[in-house]
Structures are given as C-alpha cells and as structure tokens.
Write a protein that binds this ligand. Structure first.
Ligand SMILES: *[C@@H]1O[C@H](CO)[C@@H](O)[C@H](O)[C@H]1NC(C)=O
Length: 416
C-alpha cells in the first residue's frame, strides 16, 4: 500500500476505475434491490426452508387394464370399500382462464366423476374485471352439461383493507357452501368423495378409481408430476396440494395441507401451460406473482417469453423454487422430455389440437415463434393482445407487437 502511494500515476490508474466501478455497482444495486433480494432469498432457500408437503408417501401401484378390486386395495394397505357402488365423486374447481386444461381434465375424469362443480367470477382475486371464460365457452363442454354445477360469483373492486387472499378465501367458502348444499340432497347413506385441486392439477382417472374402490381414510393428498409450460418440461414430483376428501359436515374446500399422507404419482400438474403468449402476460401481471416482476417490464416482452418457454427457463428470470441444491441445479437446466407416455388420454387422442402441450410442440398452434408468426395471429388472439393495453390504440399496439423487440412495451403495459 505504501509503495502505491509513492507512485501517483499507478495509484490513479487503479483507484479511479475502482471508484467508478463502485459507483456503477451501487447504482446497479439500488436500481435492482428487488431482484438482488430475491436472488439471495432463492439461492439460500435450501439452507433455511424445507418442503412443507405431506411426508408419508404411499407407494402407488398401477398397470394398464388393472382391475380395481380388493387386491388393488391390498397393495396399498387398504381394504375394499363396502358399498362402493354407492359412492359419489365430486370434482370441485375454481375457474381460471385455462380452458384447454379444463377440457383435458374433464375428459380424463368423466368416467369416474359424478359432478363437476365450477365457480367462476367476473373479476380476478385483485378485483379487476375478467372474462368469464367458462360461461363464454360453454358449448365446448356441452357433452358434460348434465354433470356440471356452475356458479358465477360476481366480483367487485377490493374494499379498503381487503386483500386478494381474502377474496380467494371467500371464493373457496362459496365452493364449500355449494358442495354442502348439493351433498345434503343425496340419500343419507351415500358417501361422497370430493377432489380439491386447481384446474391445472389433474388427477389421473385410475387414481380416482382406486380411491373410490378402497377405504383410504378421511383424506389423502395426491402427489402429481410437476410440469412447466407443457408436458415437455418436467420439473419434479413435488406437487402435493391436490387432495381427495371423504365429505363430512366439517370438511371444507381447501388447497392447503390437510394431512400427512400422500399417494405417489397420482396425476399431472401443468403450471403455466397456456396456449397463447398474452395469457402468459396476464398471468405474470396477475396477483400472486406480480411482485416477481419487480418493476422490470422487459420481462413482459412477448418475444422473450416465447424464447423462455421454449427453452424451459424460469419465466421471471429467477432461480427455481427448490429446497435442495441438487434440485436447484437440475431445474436450472431442464432436459426436454421426449416421452409422451403416461399422459392424459384425451391429450394424446387430440394431439393435433394440443400440439403446444406436447414434446417438441413449443412453437405449435398459437404460441407461434418469431415475428412473422405473431403477425399471423387470429382475430381472437389479436383481441386478446389489444385488451392487454386498453390505453393505447389497437393500431399502435399491433405495430409494437409485430415489429418490436419489446420497444415501447414499457409504456404500453400500464403499471399495476
Ligand atoms: C360482475 O358482475 C356483477 C353483477 O352483474 C356486477 O355488479 C359487477 O360490477 C361485475 N364486476 C366486474 C368487476 O365487472
């Protein structure tokens, strides 16, 4: 150090750039505080957090054509249910925008479910107006008409002091009330099983068949294969929130931990499995994850989103939410699946319509890749894009959408 001071020129050569670098670093840190805090919290998660799902995993046995009988029950440590012919199964979901997954779900479960309970609102949990997707596309589900119990729950702007979580809780309460009312009308000796899961958490048909056949207890969680963007990217087996309950007067509709037992490999959880890029933008701006954007509007650039989902990377440019460094590493560079074995039957039977959900189909259907493809969007896709940017003229939005690399995205996306 002393010798440095004696040589002023070298001193300046070192200190001045160091000073500038420090200023630049400070500027970066201040303008990206949110992202840095997040990166640190995600990078250290394995040290301070642990997976909070059920710990007792029940091995699951299934092969194609297997009979659901006392032997099947025995394999799982259960006894065959008495009066199993009498049991009713209710699938209860809160409607989002995911019509494709809903169609795949209803077809998968049709033969084992007696009623589909669907609640939909004309507002998001944050109180913003929202399309009633199910009501507007009812014809697509007409083959299930006699099984559907539908309720439109009017939504309103949040009241002072009310949060999105409060609205979500009220919506779940409305589902509980609807189930209660319906189940009360069944003959008194009719047991009812209720599937409680989000639309994108799809139990397999044979799982529900097994649970109908065997007395598994009062409730059980379902472990689901966790996919991201499509069935091309499998993250892990860590999805556990879906559950099946034997209905009793004190049971309520929930999406949280209700017990410590979970049946292994019971279906699929396809997160962010949207058909179109605008749906990604809506979701990213949506309530539970809008904090993740952290003011970084570049994240909403449609071309960046397209590229991210085709490479299986994190859509918010963040580290994966992993509880061990082994999982974190493997999820940071996912290998694309080449297998579409063991996926929902309806998806395979209608592979052309659902190409974007299958291996190698990232750019298929409406998730077109490249600007030329974007420009070829259908009228309804255009409408979806325009509705994202109500404060700008359709012509302006269209120019930015089809020519830009996100130029102007910053100002057409209104702040949330
Ligand atoms: C939803 O519908 C109800 C009843 O028609 C209406 O009063 C309410 O304003 C609507 N909410 C939104 C956010 O559009």
């Amino acid at each position: 150090m002393a010798s440095l001071l004696r040589r002023p020129l070298q001193f300046r050569i070192i200190v001045i750039p160091a000073f500038l670098a420090t200023i630049a670093l400070l500027h970066f840190a201040i303008s990206n505080t949110y992202q840095i805090k997040n990166a640190i919290s995600y990078a250290t998660r394995p040290l301070w957090d642990e997976a909070n799902g059920p710990k007792e995993i029940i091995s699951h046995y299934y092969a194609e054509g297997m009979r659901m009988d006392s032997h099947a029950c025995q394999l799982h440590g259960w006894k065959e249910r008495k009066g199993k012919e009498n049991i009713r199964v209710m699938d209860a979901i809160l409607m989002s925008s995911e019509l494709d997954l809903l169609e795949i779900r209803m077809n998968e479960l049709d033969s084992v479910v007696d009623k589909f309970f669907i609640i939909e609102s004309n507002a998001t949990f944050t109180g913003l107006p929202k399309e009633t997707y199910f009501a507007n596309n009812r014809a697509r589900f007409s083959k299930f008409d006699n099984k559907i119990v539908y309720k439109l729950l009017p939504g309103y702007p949040l009241r002072p002091g009310q949060s999105a979580w409060d609205v979500e809780a009220l919506t779940r309460d409305a589902m509980t009330a609807m189930l209660r009312e319906h189940i009360r009308e069944l003959p008194s000796d009719t047991p009812a099983l209720v599937i409680m899961s989000d639309i994108d958490e799809i139990p397999s048909k044979h799982t529900i068949d097994l649970l109908k056949t065997c007395g598994f207890g009062d409730s059980i969680h379902l472990q689901l294969r966790n996919f991201l963007y499509s069935f091309e990217w499998q993250l892990d087996m860590a999805s556990w929130r879906a559950s099946v309950h034997l209905w009793r007067p004190n049971v309520y509709y929930r999406h949280s931990k209700s017990g410590n037992r979970m049946l292994a490999d019971s279906g699929w959880h396809c997160s962010y499995c949207f058909r179109t890029i605008p749906e990604y933008i809506v979701k990213m701006k949506g309530f539970s994850h809008s904090d993740r954007i952290g003011g970084n509007m570049r994240l909403l650039d449609p071309r960046r989103i397209q590229e991210t989902i085709c490479r299986g990377k994190d859509i918010f440019g963040m580290l994966p939410e992993a509880y061990s460094y082994k999982d974190m590493l493997s999820q940071m560079s996912l290998d694309p699946m080449t297998s579409a074995v063991g996926l929902p039957r309806f998806l395979i039977d209608n592979a052309a319509r659902f190409r974007f959900l299958l291996p190698g189909g990232c750019c298929a259907t409406s998730r077109k890749c490249g600007l030329a493809a974007q420009a070829a969007a259908s009228a309804s896709e255009k409408k979806q894009v325009f509705s994202l940017f109500p404060s700008r003229s359709d012509a302006d939005v269209w120019t930015l959408w089809t020519t830009g690399t996100g130029v102007g995205i910053r100002d057409i996306v209104h702040p949330f």
